[in-house]
Ligand binder design. Structure first.
Ligand code: ZN
Length: 147
């Protein structure tokens, strides 16, 4: 399967079956994010066990890019502490070419290779409007973390 088709499959799978949507009974941190350009909305809730995120809820509505990015993010941050999450956000932004000149040690030919399912979003770097969709969940996550 061509990489592009594989990416599309991953995005549609997360869009159709979003992970970690159930609201947390008790959240240690939360934030709401909106991308008015596209009408995307995301709510992020986090629960910590010590320093580590042990439960995540991500809910929202909007386009397939914004919602699948949120679903993939919810999978990617579980079990990570704040420093690890910040490292992940930095790599994700570098993959989308948001953080120019930031040395993340990523393969310039395939910067998403270390990001698992999230690599499926690497194609949006060619579409500045869609970058805002893909980035919404991550901006909202950082807001919830107070970073
Ligand atoms: Zn969107």
């Amino acid at each position: 399967m061509a990489l592009e088709n594989l990416y599309r499959e991953v995005i549609l799978d997360h869009y159709r079956s979003p992970r970690n949507q159930a609201p947390l009974g008790v959240a240690d941190a939360s934030a709401d994010g909106v991308n008015p350009l596209c009408g995307d909305e995301i709510t992020v809730e986090l629960h910590f066990d010590g320093e580590v995120v042990d439960a995540v809820s991500v809910r929202g509505q909007g386009c397939s890019i914004s919602q699948s990015s949120a679903s993939m993010m919810s999978e990617a941050i579980k079990g990570k502490d704040r420093a690890e999450i910040e490292g992940l956000v930095s790599k994700f932004k570098a993959m989308l070419d948001i953080e120019h000149g930031h040395d993340t040690g990523l393969d310039p030919e395939r910067p998403g290779a270390v990001l698992g399912d999230l690599e499926a979003l690497s194609g949006v770097r060619q579409y500045p409007v869609r970058i805002k969709c893909a980035n919404l969940a991550w901006t909202t996550l950082m807001e919830a973390l107070g970073s």
